[in-house]
Design a protein around this ligand. Structure first.
Ligand code: NAD
Ligand code: ZN
Ligand code: ZN
Length: 348
């Protein structure tokens, strides 16, 4: 089969021929319907060498945002039949530690919840087939099309987890700011709209097109990134700042902006892996503003995201590419030309 593989650190990925994996006991082979191109893949392929705790040897298949159809189940697998549409939970844990048993395999105490194409020793899903190490990582999609649904497993799940932990702050009169309205940010805007009807949602981006999309998806206010956005958000909130600031970029300037627009007792949540740092001193971020950098989400949360998509409360703008155009899709993502999510469809 064909697979999009990282062959050298710091080099673009290559389309290569590799064997179709055979599912062992408890494992499932998924025919990939859609594999999302996440900005994290760019961070991975740009890295000069393996990030800390990265155990997958080169070459490996990229892609950690996958959905498809069950192709073949290994011995002992029950509950799934060939042809079932499924979405793949990405952070693969041990399944046995206390966090995994709560469904939080993203915080597995053994593996750190690193999954396919992300350094946990397995190949990812930017290929014709994906070997999933356990059926517990598969969530039925029902009537959702895997080619549309794939981004729910990361852009959707990560944003859902990041929004959900702050929902108690988002009552009437509250403000939520989303910095970076790309794949994740657009999901965050829709999830905020679906889960908190009272909060005022502000989207901030450097790209006017992304801001138009964010407004269509439920943002009340859209602002170009920079000092004028800080002034506007502070004015909107009576100089208090926003209850929740989600930084989906994570560069020095966006983190600085996040600290300037967050409020006392608020949440400043860093989701973007831009490599910036957030200075912390007595005055900034504001007093008792909690800073967290969440990683992905839990299995029950992915089930929630699938339900929200089935109810048509979240829908990502998806642009489809055949497998051989995956390197081009990544290049378009890098240059900000993907309006929502690029999804590779290996089977058309
Ligand atoms: P994307 O490329 O689709 O979106 C990024 C958006 O940020 C774009 O719309 C871009 O115009 C905007 N942007 C860039 N610079 C900006 C600035 N200075 N101010 C405001 N907006 C700016 O990327 P994505 O796939 O949505 O991923 C976003 C980030 O989240 C990446 O860093 C990715 O690695 C990270 N990520 C983290 C997790 C996690 O578990 N924490 C999971 C998935 C992705
Ligand atoms: Zn990702
Ligand atoms: Zn575990």
């Amino acid at each position: 089969m064909r697979a999009v593989q990282l062959v050298e650190w710091g080099e673009p990925p290559e389309l290569r021929d590799v064997p179709v994996p055979e599912p062992g006991p408890g494992q499932v082979l998924v025919k990939v319907g859609g594999a999302g191109a996440c900005h994290s893949d760019l961070h991975i392929m740009d890295a000069p060498g393996p990030p800390p705790a990265f155990t997958t040897p080169l070459p490996f298949t990229l892609g950690h945002e996958n959905a498809g159809w069950v192709e073949r189940a290994g011995p002992g697998v029950t509950g799934f039949a060939p042809g079932d549409a499924v979405i793949v939970y990405g952070p693969w844990g041990c399944g046995l530690c206390a966090d995994c048993r709560e469904g939080r395999e993203n915080y597995c105490r053994t593996s750190g919840g690193q999954g396919g194409g992300l350094g946990g020793g397995y190949d990812g899903g930017m290929a014709e087939y994906l070997l999933v190490p356990s059926s517990r990582f598969l969530i039925p999609l029902g009537t959702l099309d895997p080619r549309q649904a794939a981004p729910l497993s990361d852009a959707g799940l990560t944003s859902y987890h990041a929004v959900r932990r702050s929902l108690h702050l988002l009552g009437p009169g509250s403000t939520a700011v989303v910095i970076g309205a790309g794949g994740l940010g657009q999901m965050a805007v829709q999830l905020l709209r679906a889960l908190s009807s009272a909060t005022t949602i502000v989207a901030v981006d450097t790209d006017a097109g992304k801001l138009d999309t964010a407004r269509r998806m439920g943002a009340d206010e859209t602002l170009l990134s920079g000092d004028q956005a800080v002034t506007r958000i502070r004015d909107m909130t009576g100089q208090h700042g926003a209850e929740l600031v989600l930084d989906m970029v994570g560069l020095d300037p966006t983190l600085r902006m996040a600290a300037q627009v967050a409020r006392v007792l608020g949440h400043l949540t860093v989701v973007g892996l831009g490599g910036g740092a957030l200075p912390v001193d007595f005055a900034s971020p504001p007093h008792e503003c909690a800073v967290a950098a969440p990683y992905w989400g839990s299995i029950p949360e992915l089930m929630d995201v699938v339900t929200l998509a089935q109810q048509q409360k979240v829908r990502l703008l998806v642009e489809h590419f055949p497998l051989e155009r995956a390197p081009e899709a990544y290049q378009l993502l890098r240059t900000g030309k993907i309006q929502g999510r690029a999804v590779i469809t290996p089977h058309g």
